[in-house]
Ligand binder design. Sequence first.
Ligand SMILES: *Cc1c(COP(=O)(O)O)cnc(C)c1O
Length: 356
Amino acid sequence: MDPRDLSAHTPYRAGRGVEEVARERGLDPDTLVKLSSNENPFGPSPAAVEAIRAAAPTVHTYPKAEHTDLSARLADDWNVALEQVWLSPGGDGVLDYLARAFLDPGDSVLVPEPGFAYYPMSARYRDATVDSYPLHKSEDFAQTPANVLDSYDGHRIVYVTTPHNPTGSEMALSDIETVAAETADETLVLVDEAYAEFTDAPNAHGLVDDREDVAILRTFSKAYGLAGLRLGYALVPEAWADAYERVNTPFAVNSLACRAGLAALDDEEHVERTVETARWAREYMHDHLDAPTWESGGNFVLAEVGDGEAVTDAAMDEGVIVRDCSSFGLPECVRITCGTREGTERAVGVLNEVVD
Ligand SMILES: *Cc1c(COP(=O)(O)O)cnc(C)c1O
């Protein structure tokens, strides 16, 4: 027998891994600088590592208390009710849970183009159809209500990413509010704030109190450096909060992730260092890269290098891994994650050698 027809389902293409590149190119993995997946260049918070060690002997039990402890902490931090926090396996899990909760087969969703590949994937698992709204390079990928609303036609979910991956552009809170107000009451505006820690712009969490048609996605994968644990959450309006228990995969988040997440939230120094360094790196890349770059609110910069695939390939030979943006429909661009100071300087040096 065969799986059902999966031809509309495009496999997710992650950034290349260190081991994979090292083996393929005969390089020492310890000398590689990986700036292709927007990971934290400082690694996880040491407090989170300690929490994982301490929790290891108890992984034979289901994570009930751990789950509640982390949800309660996040509810407290965001000043929402416990039921308004939907823990999930990564921010990707949020996309799945909201798709499960909102999409009937045949519903349609509206995603940004270019944009994050898992929006259409998670919607298609629910047999939804996918339309897109354009972010134009000629407008520096500006995100305006008109961008979204001109393509809007009663979609059930509208996805907004701010700061946006891979362009770095941001959508103002007032503009997100406009989109939510101008779309139907039965349209969910899903605000993906995976990179919100890296910007000073006001975030949208207040909208889940003001409205019943907005949800926020957050993740521990980026600023908190816990990508390998798969930990994220949604903030949702109180009105439909009890849907979580009906759609989540039981014990959605593992116990080590819950404990590490709690510890990471307490390690403000780690997040601050991460964010400050990312800001420095963004500026450094804007100033020193011999290629046009765009303003970014995230921990990465999009650069126009000509032939993104060739540049990515040549940089890899020199031990620097960046993200070729062909899969985003931007074959002339690469996306460079903000590294440590040393890593960023090395990446810019190598890229300047290989860009012509
Ligand atoms: C990284 C990312 C996410 C979530 O990633 P997880 O590792 O699943 O938490 C969500 N949206 C965007 C735009 C991202 O770049």
